[in-house]
Design a protein around this ligand. Structure first.
Ligand code: IPE
Ligand code: IPE
Ligand code: MG
Length: 248
């Protein structure tokens, strides 16, 4: 028998200890949070940004290596224009306010998704923040912006096709690693825990490949109400899960 292909997931017993290395969150429920308070949708996003700040701080304290936050999906362009521009302003405000704290706490900012079609000033701020925090050695905060997993995987297919066409890769050498190395998340640890807030039970085009062996946690908390305590409770649930990776 020829040698087994390299596994794309950690072997049983390997990977995460009790604290997940990589947590990703689908931050959902801002609109419903606002609606319950008879506030405009954007007020929910504003409070959501505050939850982002608290969650980043708590995650870093808990020893998580990477926190990936779904902030804007490739499908969110279907929202009203004023909501989209409000989200862009909030993102700029967040970067302006939080960059200092990122440095103080040694955090690194990364972006996944096609954020380059965002307004030029947002792209510049993101590129600056990523470049300036790259030398830090603490937790990675990966913001998913204009992210869609199907498009990410489509780009992987295109990149592999071009490499095969131009002789950089042989078709018979295409394996899980060739795909993983081309994902937006290539530099992040394997995904251990995927949380979605607001009670919806779907992935909405988020980390489809990466979630292959992640633990899922769907909670009713609306994103603006999420904080360090909610994260600690999620990590408790994770610690009690038995991960097998197909073994026994
Ligand atoms: C999630 O909250 C934030 C983004 C998608 C940017 P929503 O705005 O989707 O809130 P709900 O789902 O309408 O409550
Ligand atoms: C998913 O939430 C995207 C983000 C949290 C950024 P949505 O609210 O856009 O997802 P659907 O439309 O309910 O699936
Ligand atoms: Mg939603």
């Amino acid at each position: 028998m020829s040698s087994a292909p390299a596994p794309a997931i950690p072997p049983a017993g390997g990977g995460a200890g009790p604290v997940p290395r990589h947590v990703a969150i689908i931050m959902d429920g801002n609109g419903r949070w606002a609606k319950r308070r008879h506030l405009p949708h954007l007020a929910g996003h504003r409070q959501g940004a505050e939850a982002v700040r608290k969650t980043i701080e708590a995650a870093a304290e808990m020893g998580i290596e990477a926190l990936t936050l779904y902030a804007f999906s490739s499908e969110n362009w279907r929202r009203p224009e004023d909501e989209i521009s409000g989200l862009m302003s909030l993102l700029k405000h967040f970067l302006r306010m939080e960059l200092g704290r990122f440095h103080k706490n040694g955090l690194r900012l990364q972006v996944i998704g096609d954020y380059r079609c965002f307004p030029a000033d947002v792209v510049d701020m993101l590129d600056d923040a990523v470049a300036h925090t790259a030398p830090n050695s603490g937790m990675i905060v990966a913001l998913a912006l204009n992210y869609g997993s199907q498009r990410e995987l489509t780009e992987v297919a295109r990149s592999i096709a071009l490499d095969v066409r131009d002789g950089r890769l042989r078709a018979e050498d295409i394996d899980e690693r060739a795909i993983e190395a081309r994902l937006d998340t290539a530099s992040l640890p394997p995904l251990d825990l995927l949380i979605r807030t607001s009670g919806e039970v779907r992935l909405s085009n988020f980390l489809l490949w990466q979630a292959a062996y992640a633990e899922f946690l769907f909670i009713d908390t609306l994103w603006p109400d999420f904080d360090g305590e909610t994260l600690a409770a999620a990590l408790d649930v994770f610690a009690r899960r038995e991960r097998r990776f197909g073994g026994r």
